[in-house]
Design a protein around this ligand. Structure first.
Ligand code: NDP
Length: 470
């Protein structure tokens, strides 16, 4: 029997979809799942693709059914399960075989695993896969990190299963060791920010303008035909327009207002802070999810204070432009974080390529990403997306609506932390004379930290406060 080109361990939601996608593109796949019955069920449901699969009841069976050098995708829950699968596979493998972790791993784990496996002569990729189950089945965006010379072995498979943007595959080898998983992590962080800003606009429409979900759904559908066109705006429209079959009420009114999170948003922030990059829009989104689960405290708070009602929500055209402006700023923060990480880890990340492979397949896919890719290729002034001519032009007129939106939210007591963070970032990055003069003065006052002067070169100057401290 023909040996399989690639193996896959973990036939859960993502693994099963990915295996079907690979087989559909013509590659024979060997599959294995810890719980054997899952493998049987998967094969039974695989329909006309069944001949392309070899089902293995054990890791040894999987390894034996693969062409050499072997390549095995691991698609299990992130963390200890990945280590458990690697531990089981490694004694069965030969030198130069390749393991690919396609889950949402913490990129520090990926770096560790790559180093440990390299010492044993086993190749390892950390591969970010975005697009949810639908993406995995029909074309995800794929971000690969690991030894570059090994990529050619699986490039045809990866590119065949990836989403296509104008026929170009949304998949790339982005750098060594943790690069792929880090880029996926930042992708998810940006996704958090994007979703939060959309939700804040929904809050303004619902609580400020009194708009019903279906009407807001129509509005988002209209916005999906303009510059905001994106998967997240599209699904927002669908969620807001949906009716609960059980109660007949708008679905969104039945859904509990507590959001879950699995960690990638938090990991993005931790790394941003470590690198001295404050991804404030993402921080606002992660915090908002945390606050959302404090339902009892929020309910108590609502009884203690009267909600202000001084603001009036700007018109929908203002809100659309405000959302676009905030989104550009948030993506700019994400790109700055990628740049900082690339320098710190010496990854050589190609930001334009990253924007290109996010244009289709992934959750943050949008019309904007093609413009971002072009702007990055042309070179970002001072490394800032918001200064790129195409985006500076949008922001020149788009920030005023964002300002009115944030002001209205503040005056109405409607939370808009991510939109506010975007505006604050813009204001800081466009103010030539900041207020760190005072910070430096304070630091020198209490700690003799010294400062630089505007009027002469040098460092370590001190103010006259030594005398006044008594
Ligand atoms: P599921 O919960 O659907 O499936 C988990 C799989 O992991 C099952 O096959 C399970 O096997 C296996 N597994 C768990 N623990 C172990 C273990 N100790 N040893 C061996 N196998 C184990 O998860 P998903 O498919 O949703 O997610 C898989 C990965 O993909 C995760 O890292 C997730 O974050 C990531 N991801 C998920 C997305 C999504 O939209 N769902 C999108 C992008 C990435 P068993 O049947 O025996 O329990």
């Amino acid at each position: 029997m023909e040996r399989a080109r690639i193996g896959l361990v973990g036939l859960g939601t993502m693994g099963a979809a990915l295996a079907m996608n690979i087989a559909e593109k013509g590659f024979p796949v060997a599959v294995h799942n810890r719980t054997t019955s899952v493998t049987g069920d998967f094969l039974e449901a695989s329909g006309k693709l069944r001949p392309r699969f070899t089902g293995a009841v054990s890791a040894a069976g999987l390894v034996a059914s693969l062409a050499t050098p072997r390549a095995i995708i691991i698609m299990v829950q992130a963390g200890a399960p990945v280590d458990a699968v690697i531990e089981e596979l490694v004694p069965l493998l030969d030198q130069d075989d390749l393991l690919i972790d396609a889950g949402n791993a913490d990129f520090h784990d990926t770096r560790r695993r790559e180093a440990e496996l390299a010492a044993k002569g086993i190749r390892f990729f950390g591969m970010g896969v975005s697009g949810g189950e639908e993406g995995a089945r029909h074309g995800p965006s794929i971000m690969v990190g690991g030894p570059a010379e090994t990529y050619a072995r699986v490039q045809d498979i990866i590119e065949a299963i990836a989403a296509k943007y104008e026929a170009a595959p949304c998949a790339a080898h982005l750098g060594p060791n943790g690069a792929g998983h880090f880029v996926k992590t930042v992708h998810n962080g940006i996704e958090y920010g994007d979703m939060q800003m959309i939700a804040e606009v929904w809050g303004l429409l619902r609580d400020g303008a009194g708009m019903r979900p279906a009407e807001a759904g129509d509005l988002f559908a209209k916005w999906d035909e303009g510059p905001l066109k994106s998967y997240l705006i599209e699904i927002t429209s669908k969620v807001l327009s949906a009716t609960d079959p059980e109660t007949g009420r708008p679905m969104v009114e039945v859904i509990r207002d507590s959001a879950g999170q699995k960690g990638t948003g938090r990991w993005t922030l931790i790394e941003a802070l470590r690198l001295g990059e404050s991804a404030t829009t993402i921080e606002a989104a992660v915090a908002a999810r945390s606050f959302s689960s404090m339902r009892a405290a929020r309910a108590k708070g609502a009884t203690l204070f009267d909600a202000p009602s001084e603001g009036s929500v700007p018109g929908v055209s203002d809100l659309e432009t405000a959302l676009l402006a905030a989104k550009i700023i948030a993506y700019g923060q994400g790109l700055s974080l990628l740049t900082a990480a690339s320098e710190d880890f010496n990854w050589g990340l190609d930001l334009a390529r990253i924007a290109e492979i996010w244009r289709a397949g992934c959750i943050i896919r949008s019309a904007l990403l093609d413009d971002i890719a072009k702007a990055v290729r042309a070179g970002l002034p001072e490394g800032q997306l918001i200064f790129a001519p195409a985006f500076a032009e949008i922001l020149a007129s788009g920030v005023a609506p964002l300002r009115r939106t944030v002001a209205a939210a503040a005056m109405s007591g409607i939370p808009a932390p991510a939109l506010s963070a975007a505006l604050a970032y813009f204001d800081q990055m466009t103010r030539a004379r900041g207020t760190a003069d005072l910070i430096q003065g304070q630091r020198d006052f209490f700690g003799a930290h010294g400062f630089e002067r505007m009027d002469k070169p040098g460092t370590g100057f001190h103010g006259p406060w030594a005398m006044s401290k008594g």
